[in-house]
Design a protein around this ligand. Structure first.
Ligand code: NAD
Length: 487
């Protein structure tokens, strides 16, 4: 396919689409075909300066700063309506740029994005400060109250695995709080988020409130996080990059929210209902090709259930139909890039060389073009193996047996990540007991990762700092300012 047939995607700055100032661009490759699907502006520090300036001006003097909270909420609601009306186009775009079956986006990414915008829109006129009684100051009676002010210009840096949904997880609370934003898309999946600019303009957001820039993390991303006029960074991505951002942000005391990697345990206690658990385990391990921060890639099984779980998981994995958006009934898509496929393949090779036994993934057929990988289940895994410790971010899971509840908890917590976990049991007391002991930001019982705009989402340990979603996410974009008046 020649370049002139491929759509171009520019930055969206101050309400206008515009090419990178240097004229530089890069090709985005569609994972299911291996062919280019977009030519995308490659921003440098000059583009980032322009985007941050637009956001700063909109914050300080623009219509956003003076817009009543109700109207801000209405802008968000209009954006939700427009996204819903254009859902089919966004699903098509996401399916192509991510190599995913359309069903994933139809069931999850689009409805959740629309719902998240609506949920936060409802908060816009309900952000109230406090009045605080005191005994007075130096004999004077005092009236103390707090205001909730927007933190300032927020840099929203998103990954490629659920690009639109995660951009909205950040965009919706930031705008509700009254911040203006610069979104930095992932170079691996910039298209759907980039196209949001058109809807932002149509929804009536004043120019400069939402800016969207594309480019490499090391150039555009780092210029954005280092920018002196950015007050808040909300980042979702790898733990390695999160660490760089946290370190750099410390020098200027920027506020940070870091949603990082995971290595979630899915625990099956002795009394687990396998009929219910197996589909949940499969979903947890393989949805979005395992390219999910919450991927339940460590399957901790009571020894009495081990052989049943091994057989059921291997059979489910080998029965999965692979294919991109054009393949009817496909359940699993391609990995995001050739480089990522190589990385995941290397993890599989290491698991085999360290003695893990492969139960699936090497027999069934797979598409001949694109970056596909059969879902792969390992058993005979010990906790010291790389496959049990490190995030793979691919369709690969490891089964590890345990004998007691205490051992299951210890195995689950023996990891540097702490994003989420699942637990399968019919015993209500055991559910509460184990959930309380797991070092994770979220524990799902008898299901896997029930994401919802009203529920907090965030990790502990190397999985990050802070919360996306829920009322709590708003706090990350607000400063509580105290005003004390001597009466
Ligand atoms: P990544 O860290 O490679 O990139 C994420 C974003 O950061 C991209 O937009 C990238 O361009 C940008 N970036 C890269 N280097 C940068 C730098 N030096 N300064 C500023 N920005 C920079 O992550 P990825 O491969 O896109 O995403 C996969 C990772 O994201 C996995 O580890 C996954 O677990 C994690 N993730 C976490 C959550 C969560 O909610 N905790 C959700 C989704 C994904």
């Amino acid at each position: 396919m020649s370049n002139h047939t491929i759509p171009t995607l520019h930055n969206f700055i101050n309400g206008q689409y515009q090419p990178a100032l240097s004229g530089a661009s890069f090709e985005k490759i569609a994972p299911a075909s291996g062919r280019p699907c977009a030519v995308v502006s490659a921003s440098n520090a000059d583009d980032i300066n322009a985007a941050v300036l637009a956001a700063k001006q909109a914050l300080q003097a623009g219509a956003w700063a003076t817009m009543p909270a109700q109207e801000r909420g209405r802008c968000l609601s209009r954006l939700a309506d427009l996204l819903e009306a254009n859902a089919a186009d966004f699903i098509t775009t996401l399916a192509e740029e991510q190599g995913r079956p359309r069903l994933d986006m139809t069931m999850m990414d689009l409805p959740m994005s629309v719902d998240t915008l609506r949920y936060f829109a409802g908060w816009a006129d309900k952000l109230e400060g406090r009045t605080v009684p005191t005994a007075g100051f130096m004999g004077r009676a005092m009236h103390n109250y707090t205001r909730l002010d927007p933190v300032g210009v927020a840099a929203l840096i998103v990954p490629w695995n659920a690009p639109l949904m995660i951009a909205i997880w950040k965009l919706a609370p930031a705008l509700t709080a009254g911040c203006t934003v610069v979104i930095k898309t992932s170079e691996e999946a910039p298209v759907a988020v980039g196209q949001l600019g058109r809807l932002v303009a149509e929804a009536g957001f004043p120019p400069g409130v939402v800016n969207i820039v594309h480019g490499m993390g090391t150039e555009a991303g780092s210029a954005l996080t280092a920018h002196p006029d950015v007050s808040k960074i909300s980042f979702t991505g790898s733990t390695g990059v999160g660490r760089i951002i946290a370190r750099d942000a410390a020098s200027s005391f920027k506020r940070v929210t870091l949603e990082l990697g995971g290595k979630a345990a899915q625990i099956l206690l002795e009394d687990a209902d396998l009929e219910e658990a197996i589909p949940g385990l499969v979903m947890g391990a393989f949805v979005n090709q395992g390219q999910t921060c919450a991927a339940g890639s460590r399957i901790l099984v009571h020894r009495s259930l081990l052989s049943q779980v091994e057989q059921a998981l291997a059979a489910a994995a080998d029965a999965m139909r692979l294919g991109g958006a054009d393949v009817e009934g496909a359940q699993m898509g391609a990995l995001i890039s050739a480089r990522h496929l190589q990385r995941v393949q290397a993890c599989i090779d290491t698991a085999v060389s360290q003695g893990a036994r492969r139960l699936s993934g090497d027999k069934a057929e797979q598409p001949t073009k694109g970056y596909f990988l059969r879902p792969t289940v390992f058993t005979d895994v010990t906790p010291d193996m790389q496959i049990a410790k490190e995030e793979v971010f691919g369709p690969v899971c490891a089964i590890i047996p345990f004998d007691t509840e205490e051992e299951a908890i210890a195995l689950a917590n023996d990891n540097r990540y702490g994003l989420s976990a699942s637990l399968w049991t019919r015993d209500v007391s055991a559910a509460h007991r184990v959930a309380a002991c797991l070092e994770a930001g979220a524990v799902a019982v008898n299901c896997w990762s029930p994401l919802d705009a009203r529920l907090p989402w965030g990790g502990v340990k190397d999985s990050g700092i802070g919360t996306d979603l829920s009322r709590k996410a708003l706090d990350a974009y607000l400063e509580e300012k105290l005003v004390s008046i001597a009466l």
